[in-house]
Design a protein around this ligand. Structure first.
Ligand SMILES: [Zn+2]
Ligand SMILES: [Zn+2]
Length: 325
């Protein structure tokens, strides 16, 4: 089969990868559509040093083999990306997503979704409702990551919340947080992208130039979704004393420089935030509460996978999707 493989020499399309064999309790999934996200680009840039294998963790596909559960065959599915060892202290406490020996699809120790086929445990799979298209379902994983903010931080209709970042993830997070009825401001650098939030009637305030940031200060919660030192600095400035900063992006260039003592004095809570719940993400897609397909900006075949990665890395690019067939 074909697979877009991260090698020592960078990403390469390989034509002779063996089709993976599903293990006990696993399914073989034919990929219908995969998405490229900042994590893929960070892996190429050296984040997590050393992942080598098929890239990609956002996908929708169909089960073609499931030795232990043939009833799954032909079901259209999305899949949670983390696999704990199942035996360690963390896994036994239900914290498998933080298992020190975990595999993560296309990120740690398990070939990913930018390929013709992948395998995942059946326990990771969620069937996609019939009224959710492939173009929508491919957003389940990043939408779940956006919903994770609500799992971690108590946001009420009275909360004053700022999202820093108008990229693919920032636009998903803004939509999800808008559902709470909170006083929401999204800060970005691209008026055209911010305008999408207006089109979708999220009701959030949009700010795109630095002087206007004064309107956003003293937020109870700031969500950083740029992965840039400047974004982090903005988040730190906008949060009120006693407030919370949620970090939604990894920083490929290492930790931004900032005054840690000021976090102590102002009693700021920093929350790292990664993968989230799939079932509510699929529910948001099925009920049309979150708009995702306007985020698709480019579409490639798997044969042009390397070009797809390059396109995804271009400044201001929203979602790039790759269709194997
Ligand atoms: Zn991702
Ligand atoms: Zn474990």
């Amino acid at each position: 089969m074909r697979g877009l493989v991260l090698t020592d020499a960078g990403p390469q399309l390989c034509h002779d990868r063996p089709i993976p064999t599903p293990g006990h309790g696993e399914a073989l999934v034919r990929v219908r559509l995969a998405g490229i996200c900042a994590t893929d680009l960070a892996l190429i840039a050296g984040y997590k040093g050393g992942y080598r294998g098929v890239l990609g963790h956002e996908f929708v596909g169909e089960v073609v083999a499931a030795p232990d559960a043939p009833e799954w065959i032909n079901r259209r599915v999305v899949g949670e990306i983390n696999m704990g060892c199942g035996a360690c202290d963390l896994c036994r406490r239900g914290l498998g997503k933080h298992c020190r020996k975990r595999q993560s699809l296309g990120i740690i120790g398990r070939d990913g979704a930018l390929a013709d086929y992948l395998t995942l445990p059946l326990a990771n799979l969620h069937e996609v409702p019939a009224n959710v298209s492939d173009d929508e379902a491919v957003f389940t994983e990043p939408l779940a990551a956006a919903l994770e903010v609500l799992e971690q931080v108590h946001i009420t209709p009275d909360s004053r919340v700022v999202v820093v970042g108008d990229g693919r993830l920032g636009l998903l997070i803004s939509q999800v947080l808008a559902l709470t009825g909170c006083d929401l401001t999204t800060v970005g650098k691209h008026p055209a992208k911010l305008a999408l939030l207006r089109e979708w009637q999220t009701g959030c305030t949009l700010l795109s130039d630095d002087p206007a940031l004064d309107q956003a200060v003293n937020a109870d919660v700031v969500v950083e979704a740029t992965g840039s030192p400047a974004g982090f600095a903005a988040a730190r400035t906008l949060v009120r004393p006693g407030g919370t900063v949620v970090l939604k992006s990894t920083f490929a260039g290492g930790l931004p420089q900032f005054d840690i003592s000021s976090l102590v004095v102002d009693e700021i809570t920093l929350v790292g935030s990664r993968c989230g719940p799939f079932a509510p993400a699929l529910r948001c897609l099925a009920t049309g509460r979150v708009q995702v397909t306007p985020l698709i900006q480019a579409r490639f075949g798997l044969d042009d996978g390397v070009a797809a990665l390059t396109a995804a890395g271009r400044r201001g690019m929203l979602k790039v999707v790759v269709a194997p067939s």
